[in-house]
Design a binder for this molecule. Structure first.
Ligand code: AMP
Ligand code: MG
Length: 478
């Protein structure tokens, strides 16, 4: 199918107009296609070979209106850095409608009713980051929104310096946020709150619609999905950076990529967001913040379900989180079965990684080929003695498994990525794109989508991050 044959639906517009604002995108000057993602195009039913760059450009720039599309921005609120902000909303995102369950959204396509002081734009730098990282997170098996295509332009956008305006076309099964519920709760509109809960049930939790206590079950499932998603972030060293409740998906997805980072050297208190002076959203705080955010959601849902019942669901969070993380760590270490002391083995590994300033991605990848020869692993640590002691424990643990080393290696190589898009790697693609060279963006898309494969030409991106680029902080400006 061609882009022009797409037919969209707009179920969100069946809700009361207080939920959204219908607004057309404002086109950018001289749009240029930077990249499109054939994999996501196929998910929409498109044939990538039938999609020309001109069509992508006009779709993203808002000059091509698809059949059935009625563009709109969504209204929401949210807790930002712990403080409630009564109205946020899509200040620079415009929804086009949905197809095959995917809701299409342009980010950076101009002002809306919810733009507040903002210009409604997104710069090329942050758009490349979101475009590539959402695909990388998807390929790692972590629930997330995705990205279909990216355009740049000749439009100047003012940030710390002048930058180029860009638009990403992103896709998600849901764009409803914890903050969407908070908006209707805190304005006392309980009828709308219930309508939103019903909408979310149909959209993301249809299995509960015909059951008893559907809202309670839905909340329980949101708790579970959120815990699982964050457990997977922790397992790969992903730091989201801005876990405000308006950036928390009510379908448990990773959304709104901003100053995120894949950790370089393992550092439990790592803070990727330069604005986060207190470390509220540091790597090791993410699980706790997930819980705090769910408490805000529970409070917002309290007119629909007694808070006591919500609390019971919420109390499962820690168990969901721990079970998912332990399961993933067992896979990452190639352990076949669970043992009582596993959590201690895992905890001590994280201490060893921190003390040895170990880059976790190459470490787990090297461990995926480990068979008695410790040299390649010890070379990754500044505290090799501690690592040696940990490997003694690991060896004796492996002795109790029936699996052959070949089988263990094969399985570990499919769960420990060789490539994650660290910030310095993304920055190289951004620097090139800012001078009009987009090929690295496209190469990184391939790396992002096949993180477990070997890519000879990009071997250097699999090595520990060069010292000068380690664990940088990023500004929120985007
Ligand atoms: P974020 O931190 O990117 O999730 O943004 C927080 C809120 O600010 C959201 O409601 C955004 O839509 C809005 N926002 C961020 N940047 C802009 C911008 N340049 N123009 C308009 N709204 C923006
Ligand atoms: Mg946001």
């Amino acid at each position: 199918m061609k882009i022009t044959n797409l037919i969209l639906e707009t179920p969100y517009l069946s809700l009361d107009p207080v939920f959204y604002h219908e607004i057309d995108p404002t086109p950018l000057k001289n749009p240029t296609l930077v990249s499109f993602n054939p994999d996501a195009a196929e998910a929409l039913g498109l044939d990538p070979l039938q999609c020309g760059s001109q069509e992508w450009e006009s779709l993203l720039n808002g000059t091509l209106r698809l059949e059935g599309s009625r563009p709109y921005a969504m209204c929401y609120a949210g807790h930002q850095f712990g403080y409630y902000v009564p109205r946020l909303g899509d200040g620079r995102a415009i929804n086009l409608g949905s197809i095959n369950g995917w809701n299409l959204q342009l980010k950076g396509s101009g002002q809306t009713l919810y733009s507040r002081q903002g210009d409604g734009r997104a710069v090329l730098r942050s758009s490349i980051r979101e475009y590539l990282m959402s695909e990388a997170i998807h390929a790692l098996g972590i629930p997330t929104s995705r990205a279909l295509a990216l355009i740049s332009s000749d439009e100047n956008v003012a940030r710390e310096k002048w930058e180029k305006g860009a638009i990403v076309l992103r896709l998600s099964f849901s764009w409803i946020r914890f903050g969407s519920f908070e908006y209707f709760f805190h304005t006392g509109r309980y009828k709308e709150l219930k309508n939103l809960a019903d909408f979310l049930l149909n959209e993301s939790f249809p299995q509960f619609t015909a059951q008893e206590e559907p809202y309670r079950k839905m909340f329980g499932e949101i708790v579970k999905r959120t815990a699982h998603t964050i457990a997977l972030w922790q397992s790969v060293g992903f730091n989201h950076g801005v876990m405000n409740t308006d950036n928390m998906s009510a379908a448990g997805l990773t959304i709104d990529y901003g100053p995120f980072a894949f950790m370089d050297t393992f550092e439990s208190g790592y803070i990727c967001n330069h604005t986060d002076t207190q470390g509220r959203y540091s790597y090791d705080n993410q699980p706790r913040i997930g819980y705090w955010n769910l408490e805000r959601l529970a409070h917002a849902l309290s007119p629909l379900i007694p808070e006591e019942k919500l609390k019971q669901e919420l109390e499962q969070y820690k168990e969901y989180f721990t079970a998912r993380l332990m399961e993933r760590l067992r896979e990452k270490l190639g352990l076949e079965t669970a043992e009582e002391n596993d959590s201690d083995l895992f905890r001590s590994l994280f201490t060893v990684m921190e003390n040895g300033r170990i880059d976790m991605t190459p470490f787990f990848r090297t461990l995926s080929r480990y068979d008695k020869n410790r040299e390649p692993l010890l070379a990754l640590s500044l505290a090799p003695n501690q690592l040696n002691e940990w490997l003694d424990r690991y060896d004796s643990r492996l002795e109790r498994t029936a699996r052959s080393s070949e089988e263990r290696h094969r399985k570990m190589l499919r769960v420990n990525p060789k490539y994650v898009l660290k910030n310095y790697i993304l920055q190289e693609a951004i620097d090139a794109a800012e001078t009009g060279h987009f090929s690295l963006v496209n190469d990184l898309l391939t790396l992002a989508q096949t993180p477990y494969d070997e890519h000879e030409a990009f071997e250097r991106y699999a090595a520990p991050t060069p010292n000068r680029y380690k664990n940088m902080q990023l500004s929120c400006s985007s």
